[in-house]
Design a protein around this ligand. Structure first.
Ligand code: GYE
Length: 311
């Protein structure tokens, strides 16, 4: 074979990949959209995607990664449910010379154990949410309740840190209760019900900060069932920019969200293509945009633009 044929063969081999995707689960609309878009992009790029849904359990993700290694996949995508406990399985992938790309969450492992991480600046998202609330209450006393994401996940840790940074200068704002709702609507509703009971039926709550829109949507239901007006009696700020939060905004029942693109696979597949073609090492963090949307930003139109994207 001439060298040109080798190069052509090599390039085509690098293109026609088998990629294992260890997905957390389908705990939120945002996660469902990420899965939809990843499968679509794999299809478009001629990538054979081996998909595994871990039902939000780390042990299932670790088992899936081991299975991908045994199958000899060309690369692995991992959305890590929590930040710790990945060292040994990532070592095994490295041993097998299978590059791993992290999607939407980070791990505490050494950066040499993965090719790159595609995601937003999770601390910044929380800070944007906090700053929005500072502006919204404009100096008035505000008791905030917080619905945290999955305990031990990098978004739950970083979005809490960011929000506290965002409100740091405003001593009129205080987080009075904070608990995980595990990023789901059902648990967001359940925990919000307990917050309402604990806080004078909601009379003492000025705002809810939810680490994702799905928990906010669940909480909105609880607030309405308690006879209060979400978006007015209790301000609602969250993160993801899923269609249903825009529907709530259009109805005046939610106030602000920070967008998280569900298209993490595009940058991930691009980085893998370059790496497998000629060893190009990407940056260890490929950052996606974060944009604030409020009721002033055509929520009905944003709903229409997003409603068919697979959320
Ligand atoms: O905000 C939430 C999903 O990992 C940042 O996970 C992501 C989060 C997202 O459950 O909806």
């Amino acid at each position: 074979l001439t060298s040109a044929a080798f190069i052509a063969f090599g390039a085509s081999a690098a293109m026609a990949q088998t990629v294992g995707f260890s997905q957390i689960g389908s705990e939120s609309g945002w996660r469902a959209a990420e899965t939809t878009l990843t499968k679509q992009q794999a299809e478009e790029r001629g990538i054979d995607l081996k998909f595994s849904d871990a039902q939000q359990k780390q042990e299932n993700q670790i088992a899936a990664i081991r299975s991908f290694i045994a199958q000899g996949v060309d690369a692995i995508l991992l959305a890590p449910v929590v930040a710790t406990g990945w060292d040994s399985v990532l070592e095994e992938a490295k041993e097998a010379e299978i590059p791993v790309v992290l999607l939407d969450r980070q791990v505490d492992s050494d950066k040499s154990l993965y090719l790159t991480a595609v995601g937003s600046d999770l601390v910044h998202e929380g800070e944007v949410a906090g700053q929005w609330l500072v502006d919204a209450v404009d100096g008035a006393e505000c008791r905030v309740v917080e619905l945290q994401g999955t305990t031990g996940s990098s978004p739950a840790i970083d979005r809490k840190t960011g929000f506290e940074k965002g409100i740091a200068g405003a001593d009129n704002i205080e987080i009075v209760r904070s608990q995980t709702g595990d990023f789901t609507r059902a648990q967001g509703k359940e925990v919000m019900e307990s917050f309402l009971q604990a806080e004078g039926g909601g009379a003492d709550i000025c705002a809810l900060y939810a680490h994702n829109d799905d928990m906010a949507v669940g909480a909105i239901q609880a607030i309405k069932e308690a006879g209060l007006k979400p978006g007015e009696d209790i301000l609602i700020v969250s993160i993801d920019a899923v269609p249903d939060i825009f529907q709530a905004m259009a109805a005046g029942e939610a106030n602000a969200t920070v967008e998280l693109t569900p298209n993490m696979a595009g940058p991930a597949f691009d980085a893998l293509k370059a790496y497998m073609a000629d060893g190009t090492e990407p940056a260890k963090f490929i950052q996606t945009e974060s944009k604030l949307y409020t009721q002033d930003d055509d929520p009905a139109g944003e709903y229409e633009r997003r409603k068919d994207l697979g959320y």
